[in-house]
Design a protein around this ligand. Structure first.
Ligand SMILES: [Zn+2]
Length: 433
């Protein structure tokens, strides 16, 4: 297949939402990108709409049940900080960066989820030290390009303050801009999390979130500038995209307290899980209920119990999905059932205390809870994300009415003349000249 561009840069602005468009239209760099390209303001995300499953859907063109990244973190009952799906090996099937590499293209990735130890030429993976005996710098170095990351740390490391925002995105930005100019990768994946972080801790429409959008516009400007300086502007295509939206919440729901009451989850005197037959894995706006053993009677009991609970709106459960219904929406078919939170609620994995907590500022300051989250069903109102494409091969000043997140991978593959094979998503011809 013939490529329509030689250089493709994907800029993921985590949590960039359709309702941000009026603000983006007032910001110089986003406005310029929209005017010179094609915009879809109505991109349907995937279920559960969490960052790791979303980013994997973007690079595979498949729903979570097919690519295998069904949540951000692994099922590790009772672990206060479960491990994330950091590594490429968790993904089933091929990805955009694997196909690019196979075709002999040069690849780069900066904090793109689920790429650790992936075969990427200039690679700074998103992985953090999750054990008391691990240190952040070596964890990053050994899971990505060792010497290249040492160089980026030497050049720009002074910008970062651990994993804190907005410093982390500024470090990523400078590393990416430098790499565009010095290494000229054919495919570059960049993941910025400033906006998502501000929304979690200050709310969807907070001033802090708006300030993050302005910082993102400046970051976009610096990437556009780096492309100009590289001398490859005419052969380059830029995508600015979001992975999901977010919704405000004021109450945290704890289904594991119910499973404990039902005798399906046992906790010892130290407060640790000692045994479990069923466990709720939170995906924030939604939650999986897993049964340890294949047991249709237990499945029915759980379904009945949560259906009754969901009938009272104050319990925070908008919908209970059977295994089949969750699977139809592209979520993990191995869960016994799935819960969708009502507006204003989200799920916590905690099994201590009351079934529902009202969130306070103190809870948010201590990072026990947040003021906004995602993970909800793509059907939630006002919950779409966006994709702006501009540059080589892309139609100018055009609007595409709607598409799905899973359509992005095949569309990006087409741009580079690659093929992801048979995917859930389809190429969106409307973007092309
Ligand atoms: Zn995200």
């Amino acid at each position: 297949m013939k490529a329509t561009t030689q250089y493709l840069i994907l800029l993921s602005f985590d949590c960039l939402s359709s309702h941000d468009i009026p603000i983006l239209e007032e910001l110089p760099n986003f406005r310029r990108l929209m005017q010179t390209g094609t915009t879809c303001k109505n991109v349907e995300t995937i279920y559960p709409s969490l960052t790791y499953p979303c980013h994997t859907s973007i690079v595979t063109g498949n729903y979570p049940k097919r690519h295998g990244i069904t949540s951000n973190t692994l099922l590790q009952p009772g672990k206060s900080s479960p491990d994330w799906y950091w590594h490429r090996h968790h993904i089933e099937g091929t990805t955009l960066y694997d196909e690019a590499k196979k075709a002999g293209l040069k690849t780069a990735a900066f904090l793109w989820p689920v790429t650790a130890k992936g075969d990427i030429d200039y690679h700074m993976p998103e992985i953090f030290a999750n054990r008391s005996y691990h240190h952040q710098i070596p964890v990053s170095l050994f899971n990505g390009s060792f010497f290249y990351q040492l160089e980026m740390n030497r050049r720009f490391g002074k910008l970062r303050k651990g994993l804190q925002q907005p410093h982390l995105d500024d470090f990523v930005l400078e590393s990416a801009a430098y790499t565009i100019k010095a290494k000229k990768p054919n495919l570059m994946l960049v993941h910025f999390t400033d906006l998502d972080t501000q929304r979690h801790y200050h709310g969807v429409s907070s001033n802090e979130a708006k300030a993050a959008l302005r910082r993102h516009d400046e970051r976009l400007g610096k990437i556009l500038e780096a492309v100009e300086v590289s001398g490859l502007k005419e052969q380059t295509t830029i995508a600015a995209l979001g992975d999901h939206s977010a919704l405000d919440e004021c109450k945290a729901v704890k289904p594991n307290t119910i499973l404990k009451e039902m005798g399906l989850l046992e906790v010892n005197a130290k407060g640790n899980v000692s045994n479990w037959a069923a466990y709720c894995k939170s995906c924030d706006g939604s939650a999986y209920i897993y049964a340890k053993n294949d047991d249709s009677r237990l499945d029915s009991r759980l379904l009945e119990h949560f259906k009754v609970l969901s009938q009272d709106g104050s319990n925070g459960i908008e919908r209970v999905l059977t295994r089949e219904e969750a699977s139809e929406k592209g979520a993990d078919p191995n869960a016994s059932l799935m819960l969708e939170a009502s507006l204003g609620f989200y799920f916590s994995e905690s099994y201590e205390g009351d079934y529902i907590d009202t969130i306070t500022q103190k809870d948010v300051d201590s990072k026990k809870y947040t003021w906004a989250s995602h993970g909800y069903s793509p059907d939630k109102p006002d919950y779409q994300t966006v994709l702006i494409l501009s540059g080589s091969g892309i139609a100018k000043n055009k609007i595409l009415p709607s598409m799905r997140l899973v359509d992005e991978g095949p569309t990006f593959a087409r741009l580079l003349g690659l093929n992801l094979g048979e995917t859930d998503g389809t190429v969106q011809e409307g973007f092309f000249i």
